[in-house]
Each structure stands twice: as C-alpha cells, then as structure tokens.
Write a protein that binds this ligand. Structure first.
Ligand SMILES: N[C@@H](CCC(=O)N[C@@H](CS)C(=O)NCC(=O)O)C(=O)O
Length: 231
C-alpha cells in the first residue's frame, strides 16, 4: 500500500515556487525511497498552520499519527520507517557521516548563500510575509538592500567554502559514492534554494561541483530540474 504522507513545504507568492533548502532535502529523500507526499504550500508567517508540530519551521512531515519536523529527523524517520526501500544512509556509519555533511551544509553554506539570496527571496514571497521576513533576516544579515554590493566577494566565499566537496567530487560522482544518497541531498538542497530563487551564476562551468549539480538535477527522473524557478 502507498503510504499516506503530507509535507508542509515553504512556498513563494506563487504556491508552485518551492524553494526551501531543507524541504528540498526531503523532496529528494522521498524520491530516493520511491515515496510521494501530498505537499501543502506554506508561507513564513503561517505559524498556526503547523502549530500541531510544536515548533515554527518547515519541513513538517505527517504520516498517520506521526508528526516529524526538522529535515534531519524526517530523513531518519523515513529511513527507519521504510527500511525495505533504498537506504538514504547505507547503515549506521553512513548515517553518522551524513549527519556531519548535513551540519556542514547548514552551518557553512546557509550563511554564505543567504547573503546572496535573501534580497531576491524577499521579492518572491507573499506580501503578508514580507515584514516578518525582512525583520528576522535583517537582524542576522543587515539591510537587504546592502547585500548586492558584496555579491562578487560572496560568490568567491561560496566557491572557497565548497573546496572539500570539489576535492571529493573530482574522485567520485556523488558524495555518497557511485549513486546519490542523503549526503548529496543535504548539500543539493542548498543549490535548489539558489536555483529556485536567483539567476546568479554561483559555480564556474568547469567546477566539479557544477558537474555534480547537473547530475543531481537529473537524479530521480529529473525531479529537481523540473521544479518551477523564479526565472
Ligand atoms: N534545522 C531545520 C531548519 C528548518 C528551517 O530553517 N526552515 C525554514 C525554511 S528553509 C523556515 O521554516 N523558516 C521559517 C521562519 O524563518 O520563520 C531543518 O533542517 O529542517
């Protein structure tokens, strides 16, 4: 029987525009497991809609009576609930290493990318979310209007931060080895955040990370490549 899954998924003013890096990790993880979820588009200030989950962020996954929030917890839930389907981690060692890569992407790539993407995202979200988005993001990153002035340096920072990835992808096609798995999705979510919201060229054409990103866009029948983008 097909499991009944629902995913609360960050959306723009256009509900088809799904750009959350953490939600994208889960879109890819679901596809990896051969699962589909009904998705519910969610705006930044719709905190009441997900209050049942006991927290204020997406993704949130519902499966029967189970309510799971936080992308890493959702990935572990999918792995443990559907062990007969293709593994996201390839065992306990792979799970531990995937947790490191997930944490690396969240702590190293999110702040660098945020400075490149936030002004465009502000233009793409629902009017009723704009004040909240601006106030919450400007506390961390300063005035949104000031960010574009630093884009060239910021892209260099991003490319420098990707060195460990580049080093590995020069030797194997995916972070998880011959085929993609959650380690890849944890990083690729960041690139979907950028692809869906921005036209900035973040990677040089001859970068091994660029070639990997192309392979990831093609993975699972081109799920990510088909996703609506702002452009
Ligand atoms: N550690 C969480 C982070 C979730 C998160 O930051 N979600 C963002 C969307 S990408 C969100 O819900 N933001 C709402 C807000 O900023 O109030 C995870 O991995 O799921």
């Amino acid at each position: 029987m097909t499991p009944d899954l629902t995913l609360y998924d960050l959306a723009g003013a256009d509900p088809a525009l799904r750009f959350s890096p953490h939600c994208w990790k889960i879109h890819m993880a679901l596809a990896h497991k051969g699962l589909t979820a009904r998705t519910v588009p969610w705006g930044f200030t719709e905190k009441e809609t997900i209050a049942f989950s006991g927290q204020k962020l997406v993704p949130v996954l519902l499966h029967g009576d189970a309510v799971v929030s936080d992308s890493w917890q959702i990935a572990c839930y999918l792995e443990d609930t559907f062990p007969e389907r293709p593994s996201l981690f390839g065992g306990d060692t792979g799970r531990a290493l995937s947790l490191f890569i997930n944490g690396w992407a969240d702590t190293t790539l999110v702040p660098v990318l945020a400075r490149l993407l936030l002004p465009d995202i502000h233009g793409l979200i629902r009017d009723e979310d704009k004040d909240y988005f601006r106030t919450s993001r400007e506390k961390r990153f300063g005035p949104l209007e000031d960010l574009p002035a630093g884009y060239a340096e910021q892209i260099e920072r991003l490319r420098a931060a990707l060195l460990p990835l580049r080093h590995m992808l020069a030797r194997q096609p995916f972070l998880a080895g011959a085929q993609p798995a959650y380690a890849d999705y944890a990083v690729f979510g960041m690139f979907m955040w950028a692809r869906c919201t921005s036209a900035l060229a973040l990677l040089a054409d001859d970068d091994a990370v660029h070639a990997w990103r192309e392979r990831m866009l093609d993975a699972h029948g081109g799920l990510a490549r088909r996703a609506p983008t702002a452009g």
